[in-house]
Design a protein around this ligand. Structure first.
Ligand SMILES: Cc1cc2nc3c(=O)[nH]c(=O)nc-3n(C[C@H](O)[C@H](O)[C@H](O)COP(=O)(O)OP(=O)(O)OC[C@H]3O[C@@H](n4cnc5c(N)ncnc54)[C@H](O)[C@@H]3O)c2cc1C
Length: 495
């Protein structure tokens, strides 16, 4: 049975890269609780393939900033972006000193790859399973530290907040809802892929962090900018396994059913154009051909190279009887990343006192309207570090403990799962790559029409997730309606 202290100095919601790196960077005299609603390693981080973009040489900072601005359609917060690029190298070194490995050549120099939007090779990686390696290293490092308690299968339902100061969290533990107190809470809950039928995201990505933060008044920003990744494996029975952009970075070419390499007709960077451009081109090209398949071709690359550089992708494709050494890989764009989220300042603080956000759940503004490949893991460590540094020097406030328990009642929630499927369908049909005001308004009406009982009597995890998903879907749709012209990943049909 999971035991929970009544109070900690810091509570971190999420055991992905953002949560675990924050925990590692906090002073050892702080008592830290890290919770995850699933297994500790079930996260988007664990699925990351391509790597982490990083610039060590100050002479190259400018080009990393410029590439990110171009890819983000200049909607980026340039000051925060400079912080991310300039502090990236020291945080990657910190990650390595915690025990995380990246691929190196025989002399021990980091091997660098390239992905969409990058004008040069600057992405450190561990084969095509970079995220798994990061989580392995960070979990092992956290387990070594006496001040960090890692708890799995604990679902945070709400934040406790009084007078604009966060006081702790409510969480489901041992089939009841308990309050656990801390004057510093870090939301590191990741993305929103669960709002869509087809996503590369892990099952935990049900937008909880944005919802629980916004419900107590934390501001959100850029909610209309949802990223769709151009190349997920197009096999209808699969949860859309990602074919990393690094595959195109290493020479992969997109082809239509006729075998034509069509990207040169859409963008000067061809297959390595920004993700929003490539996704749009794939849909347009497929439509032009009467909904035909689009493929990724690596058959011109050497067999040994493919097997060594992309072992995980190679094996996954083989399990679908696709031998990427000689066969084309059918691909399709699916939901992948959320640029928007809880609005933070340059040190990860939200507008609620004591409440921080970092990682995919946060909107620091670095990505603009379209995230550049491999900048997400970089953003997570740079701003997690800043969050930890701020908490380390902050005044310690002892929270007022008021214990309360509430039993879980599942009986009236049998429909939550069905409602979730309905919601995903609405978002996939009407709030996908191409948008129109009419369609967005219709989507809002459909969600209202679902008539979901959101009263507190439904308090299972599934019901809380549904409540969060509905809340965040509406935020996305309203932000999309408000932005009347195309920008980055927000594409108005016909523009
Ligand atoms: C397939 C895939 C490949 C990717 N490849 C790359 C790449 O190569 N490079 C790159 O930079 N980015 C990549 N990304 C994006 C990147 O991996 C993510 O943006 C990043 O890992 C997010 O980290 P995070 O710590 O914010 O969230 P996550 O790693 O998703 O962790 C979220 C944590 O929050 C917990 N949680 C959520 N809600 C609750 C709740 N209510 N209560 C308790 N716990 C909760 C979860 O259980 C989980 O532990 C990829 C993403 C995917 C899906």
């Amino acid at each position: 049975m999971t035991s929970m202290q009544p109070a900690y100095d810091v509570i971190i919601i999420g055991s992905g890269i953002a949560g675990l790196f924050t925990a590692m960077k906090l002073d050892s005299n702080k008592s830290v609780l890290v919770v995850s609603k699933d297994e500790l390693k079930c996260s988007n981080t664990n699925l990351a393939q391509g790597g982490v973009a990083v610039t060590f040489n100050p002479h190259d900072y400018n080009s990393h900033v410029e590439d990110t601005l171009k890819t983000g359609f200049n909607h980026n917060d340039e000051n925060r972006l400079k912080i991310m690029v300039e502090e990236g190298g020291s945080n990657i070194e910190a990650l390595m000193s915690m025990g995380v490995h990246f691929d190196c050549d025989a002399d021990g120099n980091l091997l660098l790859t390239k992905e969409g939007g990058h004008s040069k090779r600057r992405i450190v990686h561990y084969k095509d399973t970079t995220g798994q390696e990061i989580i392995r290293g960070l979990l092992e490092a956290c387990l070594e530290k006496d001040n960090i308690s890692l708890k799995d299968h604990i679902f945070v339902t709400d934040l406790i907040c009084e007078d604009d100061q966060v006081q702790g969290v409510k969480l489901i533990v041992n089939d009841r809802i308990e309050s656990v107190y801390a004057s510093k809470v870090v939301i590191a809950t990741g993305g929103v892929g669960g709002l869509y039928e087809h996503t590369t995201n892990a099952s935990i990505a049900t937008a909880d962090g944005i919802a629980i933060g916004a419900r107590i008044g934390a501001e959100v920003a850029d909610m209309e900018f949802v990223q769709f990744h151009p190349t997920a494996l197009n096999k209808k029975d699969d949860a859309h396994f990602l074919i990393s952009e690094a595959v195109r970075g290493e020479g992969g070419i997109l082809r239509n059913e006729a075998g034509e390499a069509f990207m040169e007709r859409y963008h000067p960077l061809k297959d390595l154009a920004p993700r929003s451009v490539v996704s749009k081109a794939i849909i347009e090209e497929s439509n032009k051909q009467g909904n035909q398949n689009i493929y990724l071709d690596v058959t011109h690359l050497p067999e040994d190279y493919i097997k060594n550089r992309f072992p995980n992708i190679y094996i996954k494709c083989l399990s679908y009887e696709i031998d990427m050494i000689k066969d084309l890989i059918p691909i399709v764009p699916v939901q992948h990343y959320m640029m928007g989220g809880l609005k933070t300042d340059a040190i990860g603080r939200t507008n609620i006192k004591g409440l921080y956000a970092c990682g995919e759940v946060a909107c620091t503004g670095v990505h603009g309207a379209n995230r550049m490949a491999s900048n997400s893991l970089l953003e997570a460590i740079v701003f997690a570090n800043r969050v930890a540094e701020d908490i380390n020097v902050a005044e310690v406030i002892v929270p007022d403990l008021k214990k309360s328990f509430e039993a879980i009642d599942d009986s009236s929630c049998i429909k939550s799962h069905t409602y979730k499927q309905q919601l995903k369908h609405i978002m996939s049909e009407h709030v996908f790559i191409f948008r129109s005001k009419h369609d967005l308004i219709y989507a809002l009406e459909l969600i209202e029409g679902m008539n979901v009982d959101l009263s507190k009597k439904c308090n299972s995890q599934e019901a809380f997730e549904l409540r969060n998903m509905i809340f965040v879907s509406k935020l996305i749709i309203k932000a999309a309606i408000a932005r009347e012209t195309s920008l980055g990943s927000h594409i108005i049909e016909g523009e």
